[in-house]
Design a protein around this ligand. Sequence first.
Ligand code: FES
Length: 168
Amino acid sequence: MSDRSELLSTGEPFAFDAERDAEFERLIVRYPIRESMIMPALWMAQEQQGWISTEAIEYIAERIGTFPAKVFELATFYTMYQLKPAGQYHICVCRTLSCWLRDKQAIVDYLAEEIGIRPGQISEDGRFSLEEVECLGHCGTAPVVQVNGEFHEEMDLEKFKALLATLE
Ligand code: FES
């Protein structure tokens, strides 16, 4: 299991670029409770930076007017948020019951053998990163894999190899 309890720092201050700054201002007025903007803001930070750093958490908390701990809670709970730099292709493999029973491990093992990455790791060339995540909500079509947020369902090993080939 990859560790989602720690944040990494870039060592640089974070701020939304002009486009996202305008989007933040457009959206925040829609929410009677400003903290409801935490998740969209996290998503915007991830789009901009590729992942979510300590500095982004602090920036979002300040923009919204809440505690960094509240932003941290959401960022660490939802696996759609990247807490460290990801590969060009970030692969999430569901590890919950249906996917486990339908041999998600064959996919995880294949990635270890062929690409050299285990959950929580990024390949040496930076092309692939792997994370095992909890139920992705598509249990009826297990095992389920996401690549850069796109769902791929009923992924036996042969289908997964074919998918990988399209990414290379
Ligand atoms: S158990 Fe894998 S999608 Fe639900």
